[in-house]
Design a protein around this ligand. Structure first.
Ligand code: TPP
Length: 567
């Protein structure tokens, strides 16, 4: 491999820097690989970025040479901060290299995308931001120049300390196969912002008015919301436009709404006909397929009169890249639409989507083998009315999002840290929700995310909080084995730096914190334990054992059936 990443590795090695701490992530793949494959660095694989940074600090303190830190984008970067502050105040050299998303995705609502440039402020001696289309030679010489802050033999007048190199990268699979980010082609120039508090037709571009009046294939999409919408009002809009309502798993409308569409993630990129209008309420949906498809519709239509994408959000353009944002109350917008547009009486599109969703529902419901998906299904089915379901990042949220309506008419409050999608702090957040709720609480989380926030069990013990934690225990980051990256890397390297199995006996952790614990490996056992734990008002842990390989096989078989079902 010979690229900017490997040349940075070579440069740092040449300058006498040998120790590296790498935390797992997809975005930092090429960066991590450059240091691992170089062959001469002492690479350490550490899941928790906060500990990784302190560990790096300790090594730098003892050896008086900088340690290199490498992590993925998002809150992983923020987890380095405490150790960076200490390094700055104590004059200890660190080379912090963080992977970032392409800069044009900032404020677009894209997953794990936050402002990382200059994130550590004055606590680093030098900030270097490397864009996707960087000037190769200049970048290397800028990095070399900044190494004076971490050099062992320091010139008089230079105070050693941490330096930060923030690198914008494409997804590993994308850059390997396509060479360029698909997002770069996004046409964001046509963005319209309607600056008005109440809905006003005059502020809308003509094309959007035209599409609101003439649509025959509209879609309503309810994305992530922290609070419930008025279902009656949404139904009125849906009836007026004959628009299917796609409800996100975090929309607070997914699991109890008989008329809504829930399983779109499985077929949305396979539709025979395109919608001509999308009306979104709430934050970007969890489903990557749906988000990509909306972008595709926005960027691939004959002209603006053939498709409109509208976001109704009082917060205006806050972390979203919808071409037209209408910052007014959704009730106000809906009221005007219902009272002043003719509506749509063509039900073909509605029927088509409903039919697809029903087909999907029977395929998903028939899947009952022990897998991560059916663990998620059993958790959902165990919920009572008004119960809180907190959903961990990585695969748990994706599994919940793959599931549809329940057979019972109950409301489930769904929560997840999807703002920046970190795997940190998930138990703490769920405990915060539980502490301030009257009802029962369930947390569905992966084992690495659990271990990342293990300290939070102190809170649970201190306040005796009523929460059942179901850990999907596949001994590592299962998400990576489902991605193309797993096929292109050496098995051992992939295991050590991406999957990062920790081989921790969760029973022993539970014992240390006086927490009730059960290990389960069948749906029956899981259901029985979930039922039993509902009667115990304290913290309980269910350790759901999963074999990654079997799970992968079940998922790919299910995907084949889904593909056949939508063909
Ligand atoms: C703070 C933070 N560090 C790293 C990541 C990158 N990351 C995304 S998913 C994942 C693995 C999570 O593993 P686990 O919680 O066991 O869930 P699974 O992948 O098995 O579903 C990692 C490390 C992240 N999102 N947030």
């Amino acid at each position: 491999m010979n690229n900017i990443y490997s040349d940075i590795a070579k440069l740092l090695y040449k300058r006498g820097i040998y120790n590296v701490c790498i935390s797992p992530g997809l975005r930092n793949t090429e960066l991590s690989l450059s240091f691992i494959q170089h062959g001469k660095f002492n690479c350490h694989s550490i899941v928790d970025e906060r500990s990784a940074a302190y560990f790096a600090l300790g090594m730098a303190l003892k050896t008086n040479t900088p340690t290199i830190l490498i992590c993925t984008s998002g809150t992983a970067v923020a987890n380095y901060f405490p150790a960076i502050i200490e390094a700055s105040q104590s004059r200890i050299p660190l080379v912090v290299i963080t992977a970032d998303r392409p800069a044009n995705l900032l404020n677009s609502g894209e997953n794990q995308t936050i402002e990382q440039r200059n994130i550590y402020g004055n606590f680093v001696r030098k900030n270097i931001d490397i864009p996707l289309d960087n000037e190769y030679d200049y970048t290397l010489s800028e990095i070399d120049e900044s190494l004076k802050f971490v050099a062992k033999k320091n010139d008089i007048g230079i105070t050693p300390g941490p330096i930060h190199i923030n690198m914008h990268l494409d997804d590993f699979k994308t850059s390997q196969s396509l060479g360029k980010s698909k997002y770069l082609s996004k046409n964001l120039k046509s963005k319209k912002i309607i600056l008005n508090d109440t809905f006003n037709w005059q502020m809308l571009p003509f094309e959007d008015i035209f599409n609101l009046y003439t649509c025959k294939r509209p879609l309503i999409i309810i994305g992530r919301l922290n609070h419930k919408l008025n279902k009656r009002v949404i139904t009125q809009l849906s009836n007026h436009l004959r628009a299917p309502v796609l409800v996100d798993s975090l929309s607070q409308m997914r699991f109890n709404n008989k008329s809504s569409i829930a399983l779109y993630d499985h077929y949305i990129n396979n539709l025979n006909v395109k919608p001509d209008l999308v009306i979104r309420i709430g934050q970007k949906p969890v489903s990557k397929n749906l988000c990509n498809q909306i972008h595709y519709w926005e960027n691939n239509n004959i002209n603006r009169m053939s498709f409109s994408s509208l976001l109704i959000d009082k917060a205006n353009r806050f972390n979203d890249d919808c071409p037209t944002v209408i910052p007014c109350k959704y009730e106000d917008f809906i009221d005007v639409i219902i009272n002043s547009t003719p509506g749509n009486n063509n039900t073909d599109f509605y029927d088509y989507i409903l039919n697809l969703d029903n087909k999907m529902s029977s395929i998903i419901n028939n899947e009952d083998r022990w897998s991560e998906l059916t663990i998620a299904k059993a958790c959902l089915s165990s919920m009572d009315d008004n119960q809180n379901l907190f959903i961990g990042n990585s695969m748990p949220i994706r599994y919940i999002d793959m599931l549809g309506k329940l057979n019972k008419d109950i409301h489930i409050n769904t929560y997840s840290n999807r703002g920046a999608s970190g795997i940190d702090g998930i138990i703490s957040t769920a405990l915060g929700v539980a502490q301030t709720s009257k009802g029962k609480n369930l947390l569905l989380i992966g084992d690495l995310s659990f271990l990342h926030d293990q300290n939070s069990l102190l809170i649970a013990k201190q306040y005796n909080i009523d929460l059942t934690i179901v850990i999907i225990n596949n001994n590592g980051g299962g998400i990576f084995s489902l991605l193309p990256v797993s096929k292109s890397l050496n098995r051992n390297i992939f295991n050590e730096y991406w999957t990062t199995p920790q081989n921790i006996d969760l029973k022993k952790i539970s014992t240390a914190y006086d927490v009730k614990y059960s290990k389960v490996d069948t749906i029956g056992k899981l259901e029985t334990t979930l039922k039993k734990y509902k009667t115990i008002p304290s913290l309980k842990i269910i350790d759901a054992q999963i074999d990654m390989k079997i799970n992968k096989k079940i998922l790919s078989e299910l995907k084949k059936r889904i593909k056949k079902g939508t063909a």
